[in-house]
Design a protein around this ligand. Structure first.
Ligand code: GDD
Ligand code: MN
Length: 372
């Protein structure tokens, strides 16, 4: 058993700055990061909050071991959840300090600019961003050329469509007044990687922003978790914000999966008719089952990867999903035939029917199949 230490009479001062560090499989980087922060932040009352998604490599155990002897170190261990943005939000909301920062655990972010970021906020800025793309910053050490291109394209899209002026809205390294986060917490998306972009796009007033250059270092231990799915989620976030948050990112993922399901459906139908020589009705029925199964597996893998169903719950989820889709088809038919009879023409009627079933399937499966 861990020894329980006697209560200390004089408590340490409350932190002026909380540094939130999302972690997934970073056990090798955590101790070094704490040392670097200690060296970079002399004279400031700071704390670091690791937000770990139950990493299998024991990152939270490592962090808590340090926390047990250093009161400036805290760790939130989240179970049954995954996601960078969500982890950052949760960490920031767990802070009581006037200023919060977010930085990666993998030592790619240069901790020595933290005092400059803090000074910018003390001098009146709401937000200080560690930027790779202002004079003096760079990223060619830490990013492959394809990622560099992706990062630049994503930046250009954000500028064009969201009118974001930041030179590096994709940065995962920033500091902000906590009051600004508290005010918009409920409108932030917990999916994806683009937390900074989301904060800027969700803030009702313009945030007074300072950009501080830094060089994105190479990762030495562990590996990057940014994959093509993260990119898809980013595009989703962009559309979601464009619609004023009306269309959730998840729904867009659900739609994309549904679109792939149509292709699968047609391929299965063709196979049933030509290979198995079924009647059209049987072909259509079996193609529907194949497509529904496809959609279920993909949604379970991607759209709801944070609530992924396994084992018996997977089977039960599939059954409920079949049920939801069947009801969705009835809703589709209802709307489409209704409109068709009002002489809107077959295309509008068909389109409205498809929209109806997509919305229906999405909303009902969210509560029935993948309920929280
Ligand atoms: N809690 C939690 N949950 N943390 C996560 C998760 C997750 O699901 N996924 C990643 N992290 C943590 C990592 O452990 C790391 O500390 C940090 O988030 C960044 O993850 P990386 O996997 O190292 O991301 P990257 O280096 O590819 O991307 C970085 O650079 C991008 C710009 O090119 C990040 O800073 C991005 O935010 C940034 O946009
Ligand atoms: Mn990284």
């Amino acid at each position: 058993m861990d020894p329980v230490r006697p209560a200390v009479a004089s408590q340490p001062t409350s932190p002026e700055l909380s540094i939130v560090v999302p972690t997934f499989k970073e056990s090798a980087n955590v101790p070094r990061l704490v040392e670097l922060l200690d060296a970079a932040l002399v004279g400031l009352a700071w704390e670091v909050i690791f937000v770990d998604d139950d990493s299998p490599d024991g990152t939270s155990t490592v962090a808590k071991k340090i926390a047990a002897r250093d009161p400036r170190v805290r760790c939130i261990r989240r179970v049954g959840r995954r996601g960078l943005a969500g982890a950052c939000i949760e960490g920031m909301l767990s802070s009581a300090a006037p200023v919060v920062a977010v930085m990666d655990a993998d030592l790619q972010h240069d901790e020595t600019i933290l005092p400059k970021m803090y000074a910018a906020i003390r001098d009146g800025a709401d937000l200080a961003v560690g930027s790779r793309y202002v004079e003096g910053g760079s990223s060619n050490q830490g990013l492959s050329s394809i990622r560099q291109w992706g990062s630049e394209t994503a930046t250009a899209l954000a500028r064009r469509f969201l009118h974001i002026e930041l030179s590096d809205p994709m940065s995962g390294f920033f500091m902000i007044r906590r009051s600004r986060i508290e005010a918009i917490a409920s409108s932030l998306s917990s999916e994806g990687f683009k937390i900074l972009l989301d904060i800027v796009a969700s803030s009702p007033e313009r945030l007074k922003t300072a950009e501080i250059p830094f060089t994105f270092r190479e990762r030495t231990a562990g590996e990057s978790k940014l994959d093509s799915l993260v990119t898809a989620e980013y595009l989703g976030l962009l559309f979601s914000k464009l619609s004023g948050g009306l269309v959730p990112v998840r729904f867009l993922m659900f739609l994309a999966v549904g679109a792939s399901g149509i292709v699968v459906h047609l391929a299965a139908l063709k196979m049933a008719l030509h290979v198995f020589q079924t009647t059209f009705t049987w072909g259509e029925l079996s193609a529907s089952v194949v497509a529904m199964t496809w959609n279920f597996v993909l949604n379970n893998q991607l759209t709801y990867r944070d609530r992924r169903l396994t084992g018996f719950r997977f089977v039960w989820g599939l059954v409920t999903f079949y049920l939801v889709c069947s009801l969705g088809t009835i809703a589709n038919m209802g709307v489409a035939t209704g409109l068709f009879e009002m002489e809107t023409g077959p295309w509008i009627a068909g389109f409205a029917g498809a929209v109806m079933s997509a919305v229906f399937n999405y909303t009902v499966s969210a509560v029935l199949t993948w309920r929280k």
